[in-house]
Design a binder for this molecule. Structure first.
Ligand code: PNS
Length: 173
């Protein structure tokens, strides 16, 4: 059976991630989406919350399951017995890191990485910016860029209404 693993921080999961999962779900018999703890990043959502959000966002895809994992992606991939690791690519800038990671993962485990290009409507999406805008009072606008369970969490965390206007103070002009 062809099985794909899609790992990521997913802090939080957004519509660009969803598009990649949907492509993989069409080409693999089974897809496992895993929220992985990335020690290099301080997350907004706990690993448990991210796993729960994945489950809520992906329940419409019958051949997709989700989970969380603390450890190396290759160890999870070997444990599951995947055919390939699948990653989304938004732009050439993503490729540099992802290529190195794919080659390192291959050298460590013999597991291939396949890349899925982002859809043009989602190629600008990044969890980091979605969080910045939600935090800045625009969770209502971020809503169209994330699945409903994520939009709900962001609105709970950062209630919207008035968009705060931040004035620089102390300037001379
Ligand atoms: O870009 P993301 O979403 O933060 O990716 C996170 C992750 C862990 C999927 C990515 O960094 C990756 O594939 N890393 C490979 C090395 C690895 O296994 N890291 C796990 C934590 S040490």
């Amino acid at each position: 059976m062809a099985v794909a693993l899609i790992p990521g921080s997913f802090d939080p999961f957004h519509n660009g991630h969803l598009a990649v999962v949907e492509v993989a779900a069409r080409h693999f018999e089974r897809v496992v989406v895993a929220a992985v703890r990335n020690p290099g990043k301080e997350p907004l959502f706990s690993l448990e919350d991210r796993e729960l959000m994945l489950k809520e966002c992906l329940h419409h895809l019958p051949n997709v399951t989700s989970r969380s994992f603390s450890g190396l992606v290759v160890d999870l991939a070997s444990e599951i017995g995947v055919t390939a690791i699948v990653k989304g690519l938004r732009a050439v800038s993503d490729l540099e890191n992802e290529l190195q990671m794919a080659q390192m993962n291959y050298r460590m485990s013999g597991i291939d990485t396949l890349f899925v290009p982002a859809t043009s409507s989602a190629s600008f999406l990044a969890s980091k910016y979605l969080k910045d805008f939600a935090r800045g009072g625009r969770a209502d606008q971020v809503e169209s860029m994330v699945p409903p369970p994520v939009a709900r969490r962001l609105k709970e965390l950062y209630p919207t209404g008035e968009h705060p206007i931040h004035h620089e103070t102390g300037g001379t002009s």
